[in-house]
Design a protein around this ligand. Structure first.
Ligand code: 6R9
Length: 690
């Protein structure tokens, strides 16, 4: 009946709740002991499966693969389209040999995502339902908006944006903390056909400027300051510098709409440029609470979101309207087994793709109640998450392994102090969740009753590609399980040959899905080169993957020069270029190393300019350079002085060797004879203080 029942005869066991910080795994094993993590199956309870949206997946998956046009157009018909698509539901070419890479879904049809998320749900009688349940940094500071109220706020902002001349196709940069005004700004853009580009408010002024210069927005929407934990971050200052920097590069932004966040900073204290800066509260509430929808082609752009690649320049991932709408809504519904009574909380920031697809669009398209949290999950203490869960009776909690690991270290007492009985589903995203973090989340947080949706996907994919469907099949701690409807993964070897059955290699996708990105903004060639040329005929994800004998997928991390630090994608080249911008740094090579909490830590090898000597101060100022160029989240954890770097005779840095040195696997350095100067390796080892 389900994909994995064939293997259920092997070992039936359940995971019991452990006690203390080290989790016990009490497996009731039939026959022999568990051979490996791949053999551990965790079954949904019978009650859970009975209630689940999908309890038998096989037929539905089969249909989605055999008849994608029929499958997706049926789902799309549940949404509002001003005009429908024609004969052709989608067209795709993923093969560079056949010409330009193109992916189009529902082309020719017209719709509006904001209309589908708000107006449609209100018309269905849900106007009085809470859309956004906001929780501030300080416990006790909260607010909420119903669907009708949210629509009114969105319309006011839409009208304001139109009034200052923003039209269909214009870009708007949003640099905001997790206030309700952030999703409001996204939806207001969507309503009038403006293309939003949200920049995570942890990015530095240089990074913000770089993005502004690339997408040339007509306006920037920001907030004067935010409090996160005990810190106050003055966002407006960062924006001011970025706008000066952008102007130097020929990009003048006419309007900077600033939300006053009085709990963090008074307006009088905010630096101001008359003519350009406008207080949100002074203008937006004056506008009408209704605003006509701009009907958009399904293939018009919805947003740009910059992400890291293997070169220093961030990539502007472009998503279009129709396919993204259908895909985020559908993945949200099935991977979280969404019911209208659910209270959903995703801890991600809207500055990342997770916040786009699964704070704003996916949940609101389903008419869900979404918790939006402004603060830090460990403030005022490690119990804050569970306090919020109990306070709002959260039923679905979607979070990241890095947070799970950090809470796991702080002790179970912080969790068990709270009831958490409202929870029914847990989700994980951002990086592979290691089995011990999985078990802790399952046993301690979920009291061994809540399935975990470990969702594998990317900024580029728009929505989940490999994910459990809770209730449909048993889980394996640490595996994202199986492909979502309509997704055909392929694991290939270096030569691009597709591997069958149990195997490991590079994870590719063979077909398009509605939520796929359509291009890199202004650089279709880079889009083709990065994603479609490495393995002809496939979309290449950049991730390594193993498929076990039961067909479960195990993501093993990036195989390119991209690191994953606390679930944030950071290119090694970006950190390197920030380091070499320091006047005393001659050269830098950065690698990711295993880190207990962050998943990966940033380890930088630095060669200094001749004559400069090593010092602790210099270390600090190098780290500062990265904080300034990219943001605090990209600060290197270690700086390792390097008189020279291991290079091949053609001058290519051999990162493989650096990775081994950084992770102290000195006996696994491998062949160093191809190096231009093999003695640099000994020098490096001599200079590391371990
Ligand atoms: C959604 C998001 C994408 C990269 C991706 C992979 C890693 C994300 C994962 C996961 C294993 C999961 N990743 N989810 N790895 N299991 N459930 O995080 O997008 O910021 O673009 O990062 O994150 O390496 O390639 P993005």
């Amino acid at each position: 009946q389900t994909m994995a029942t064939s293997s259920s005869d092997r070992r039936l066991h359940h995971v019991e709740s452990g006690s203390g910080r080290m989790q016990r795994l009490n497996a009731v094993v039939l026959g022999e002991s568990i051979a490996s993590e791949e053999d551990e199956l965790v079954f949904p309870s019978e009650g859970f499966s009975e209630q689940a949206l999908v309890s038998s997946h096989v037929q539905m998956y089969k249909r989605s693969i055999e008849d994608p046009a029929g499958f997706w157009s049926e789902i799309a018909s549940e949404f509002y389209w001003k005009t429908k698509w024609g004969e052709e539901v989608f067209t795709e070419n993923l093969d560079v040999r056949k010409g330009k890479i193109t992916i189009e879904w529902f082309k020719g049809a017209t719709t509006n995502v904001c209309y589908n998320a708000l107006d449609r749900n209100i018309e269905a009688g849900n106007g009085g339902k809470i859309a956004i349940q906001w929780e501030g940094n300080e416990p006790g500071h909260d607010a909420q908006l119903t669907y009708s109220e949210l629509l009114e706020k969105v319309c006011q902002l839409s009208n304001y944006l139109k009034d200052i001349g923003i039209r269909k196709g214009d870009a708007v940069v949003i640099y905001m903390p997790m206030l309700m005004e952030l999703p409001i700004a996204m939806l207001a853009c969507a309503r009038i056909g403006a293309v939003h580009s949200v920049v995570f408010a942890g990015f530095s002024t240089e990074s913000l400027a770089q993005r502004i210069v690339d997408c040339k927005p007509k306006a920037v929407i920001t907030c004067n300051a935010v409090r996160r934990g005990t810190k106050v971050i003055q966002l407006k200052d960062i924006v001011d510098y970025a706008l000066v920097e952008s102007a130097k590069n020929g990009v003048l932004v006419g309007a900077c709409l600033t939300y006053e966040n009085p709990s963090a900073m008074k307006r009088e204290e905010t630096k101001w440029q008359d003519g350009r800066d406008i207080w949100w509260q002074d203008v937006v509430p004056k506008y009408s609470t209704t605003c006509e929808v701009e009907w958009m082609d399904a293939e018009d752009p919805l947003f740009l979101l910059y992400t890291s690649g293997s070169t220093g320049k961030p990539k502007g991932v472009l998503h279009t309207i129709g396919g993204y709408m259908i895909y985020t809504a559908t993945t949200f519904k099935y991977a979280f087994d969404y019911k209208s009574s659910d209270i959903y909380w995703c801890t991600a920031d809207c500055g990342w793709i997770t916040g786009h697809s699964y704070v704003t669009y996916g949940p609101l398209l389903n008419g869900a109640t979404v918790v939006v949290f402004e603060g830090a999950p460990t403030y005022p203490d490690y119990g804050r998450c569970w306090d919020i869960v109990d306070k709002f009776k959260v039923t679905i909690l979607y979070t990241a392994p890095t947070l799970v690991r950090s809470l796991m270290r702080s002790g179970d007492e912080y969790v068990t102090r709270y009831s958490r009985k409202s929870l029914r589903i847990l989700g994980s995203v951002g990086e592979p969740i290691n089995p011990s973090a999985w078990r802790w989340l399952f046993n301690v947080v979920g009291d061994s009753r809540c399935p975990i949706s470990d969702t594998w996907w990317q900024t580029e994919t728009g929505g989940f590609l490999i994910t459990p469907l809770p209730g449909a099949w048993p889980q394996k701690p640490g595996s994202a399980t199986f492909p979502f409807f309509g997704v055909q993964p392929a694991i290939v070897d270096e030569k691009g040959n597709e591997l069958e059955g149990e195997c490991s290699g590079y994870l590719c996708i063979k077909n398009s899905w509605p939520g796929a990105f359509r291009t890199l903004y202004g650089d279709h060639e880079r889009y083709e080169t990065t994603y479609f040329k490495p393995f002809t005929g496939y979309y290449f994800s950049g991730d390594g993957c193993r498929r076990d004998k039961d067909g479960y997928y195990w993501l093993t991390g990036r195989v390119d020069d991209v690191m994953n630090v606390s679930g944030h994608r950071i290119g090694t080249a970006e950190v390197e270029s920030a380091l070499v911008s320091h006047p005393q740094c001659a050269e830098a090579a950065v690698v990711g190393v295993e880190h207990e909490v962050k998943g990966q830590g940033i380890y930088a090898f630095v060669t200094l300019v001749d004559g400069v000597s090593y010092s602790q101060e210099l270390r600090k100022s190098l780290v500062l350079a990265v904080r300034h160029q990219i943001g605090a989240f990209a600060a290197p954890d270690r700086i390792h002085w390097a008189p020279g770097l291991p290079k091949t005779r053609s001058g290519k840095i051999m990162r493989r060797i650096l990775r081994k040195i950084a992770s102290r696997q000195l006996d696994e350095l491998g062949d160093t004879s191809t190096l231009a100067d093999p003695s640099v390796v000994d020098q490096l080892i001599a200079l590391s203080d371990f």
